[in-house]
Design a protein around this ligand. Structure first.
Ligand code: HEM
Length: 494
């Protein structure tokens, strides 16, 4: 009897203490916290879980737009995070800072498992500078000229494989084929060998392993705010998961070792790091980690945009007609289309930029941490250790910055006067500043070459089942369904 009364008392005290703790957290976060003066939904001010829930449901980009519409350009999206939706925010958060402290990348997002080897995207500032300098060789104009035959080989294989579908008359998920192509290209540029996706008409198991790990990464990012739970869950990971991880690691190591055996001076993206490996004190795991991030960053992004622009053109037939006219009048044969000659296709570039606005490959904000000195963003003092972000999709759909933002208008990038008030500098899908995209030129070259050759070679029509394709969820990357189209080879090319 005495024991159960004691137990009851302990339980009541425990529950009461938890209750007091939660109430005091709520009161602190809503009324006393240094960010309490910023507007936002109350559940987001109270707990990180409100944001995590939206990210986990895949609706974050759309929720962010609604929040900015309701609360303005600055929204408190978590107790310790602000989202900014304004042209000035890019430079103020990510730009080069003369004599001021830079915003660092948020560890909870970029390094959810601290034990993993680092790479150029999540490295500390000092480490990053050294890695970037070396990697930059592989992205130079000269390197790209040297890489062109390799890239062209895969694009020709894509055209050959797609031609197969013309003969059979069956619909084709062109989105998959864009993925196969960009993965094979980047596999060769990062590891010295393709994944065989175009040959095998499927994503390689190694790539699937990376995507699975990506999904887990979203969960781990949220759990970074609850380290005890994260540690417990990681220690309870089933043996099958650990085995899969180990198998993936072994395969990657073999890939890297094969690349290291190849001739010196290969014009690819990893050669710069291999050459200075000792100077940079790079372990094998760090080399692998850099190659992996090149593959993740350089394939899905480009393939998404190609799928997005194809869908938007097909859903807006007058733009598709205009592009066909531009490409087919500029060239007489496929051979004339190359990385240099595609530069004259100004309408096509406008289509790519407009697709980047409506369907940015990276749709959500990538968070940064405000320096110890605090900072001023959009005229507001931001206290130290605040996470800050700019959410691409939501920013690009704001009527304040783009006229008729939900409609595909490539003309807005061609000086059309009806879009004179657009704030085109808002569009920064590759970011600005010292950590902006190294692969921007490569991405544009690949996308221009592939799109020009597709438009030149095929008449493309969209299948009924794909009419709604663009309405997708987003989990850091878009959850692309199959973009089903029918292809007919242009008669002059038969
Ligand atoms: C449409 C395609 C692409 C988009 C929209 C894109 C976007 C971005 C963005 C937003 C960042 C900054 C990430 C951050 O702040 O954490 C980034 C970084 C990076 N991207 Fe891309 N990217 C694309 C294609 C590529 C390609 C083809 C490559 C080639 C491998 C590539 C390589 C990189 C690298 C190496 C970085 C890290 C740069 C650094 O931290 O110094 N990207 N990209």
């Amino acid at each position: 009897m005495g024991i159960s009364t004691n137990l009851q008392q302990v339980l009541v005290t425990g529950v009461f203490t938890c209750f007091i703790y939660v109430i005091s957290q709520v009161v602190y976060n809503v009324f006393i916290h240094p960010l309490s003066r910023f507007p936002g939904p109350v559940e987001h001010k109270i707990t990180r879980l409100a944001y995590a829930w939206k990210a986990a449901r895949g609706t974050l980009p759309f929720d962010m737009l609604e929040m900015h519409k309701k609360y303005g350009d600055i929204v408190r999206i978590a107790p310790d995070e602000l989202a900014f939706s304004h042209p000035d925010a890019w430079q103020e958060i990510m730009g080069h800072k003369k004599g001021q402290h830079e915003f660092t990348k948020a560890n909870w997002f970029y390094r959810p498992v601290e034990e993993q080897p680092t790479h150029v995207v999540n490295a500390t500032r000092e480490e990053h500078g050294r890695l970037r300098r070396q990697l930059a060789h592989g992205f130079s104009e000269k390197a790209m000229r040297d890489q062109e035959p390799l890239i062209r080989g895969y694009v020709d294989l894509l055209l050959e494989r797609l031609t197969g579908f013309c003969a059979s008359g069956s619909p084709v998920a062109i989105s998959d084929w864009y993925n196969f192509t960009t993965f094979d290209i980047i596999g060769d540029l990062a590891f010295g060998e393709p994944f065989g996706c175009l040959q095998g008409s499927d994503l390689d198991g190694w790539i699937k392993g990376i995507f699975d790990a990506g999904r887990l990464g979203i969960l781990l990012q949220t759990l970074s705010f609850y380290p005890v739970v994260k540690r417990a869950l990681l220690s309870m990971a089933p043996a099958s998961m650990k085995e899969a991880h180990e198998k993936h690691r072994r395969l990657t190591q073999q890939k890297m070792e094969r690349r290291m055996e190849k001739e010196e001076g290969r014009p690819d993206l990893i050669e710069g790091l291999l050459r200075k490996r000792d100077e940079l004190s790079l372990t094998l795991d760090e080399l692998i980690s850099n190659a992996e991030i090149l593959i993740i960053g350089g394939s899905e992004t480009t393939a998404s945009l190609l799928s997005g622009v194809t869908y938007l053109l097909l859903a807006n037939p007058h733009t598709h007609d205009k592009l066909k006219e531009e490409v087919r009048s500029a060239f007489q044969s496929q051979e004339e289309i190359n990385l240099i000659s595609v530069n004259k296709l100004s309408y096509m570039l406008a289509c790519l930029d407009e697709a980047m606005r409506m369907y940015p490959p990276i749709a959500n904000g990538l968070p940064r941490l405000c320096p110890e000195s605090g900072a001023t963003i959009m005229g507001e003092y931001i206290p130290p250790n605040t996470f800050v972000s700019v959410h691409h999709w939501a920013l690009y759909r704001r009527e304040e910055y783009f006229k008729d933002p939900n409609t595909f208008h490539p003309e807005r990038f061609l000086g059309d006067q009806s879009f004179a008030d657009d704030r085109r500098e808002v569009l920064q899908p590759f970011h600005v500043g010292p950590r902006n995209c190294l692969g921007r030129n490569l991405a544009y070259s690949e996308m221009r070459l592939i799109l020009a050759l597709i438009i030149f070679t095929f008449d493309v029509t969209i299948e009924d089942e794909a009419q709604d394709w663009i309405n997708q969820r987003n989990f850091i990357m878009w959850e692309k369904g199959p973009l089903k189209v029918r292809l007919n080879r242009v008669s002059a090319l038969h």
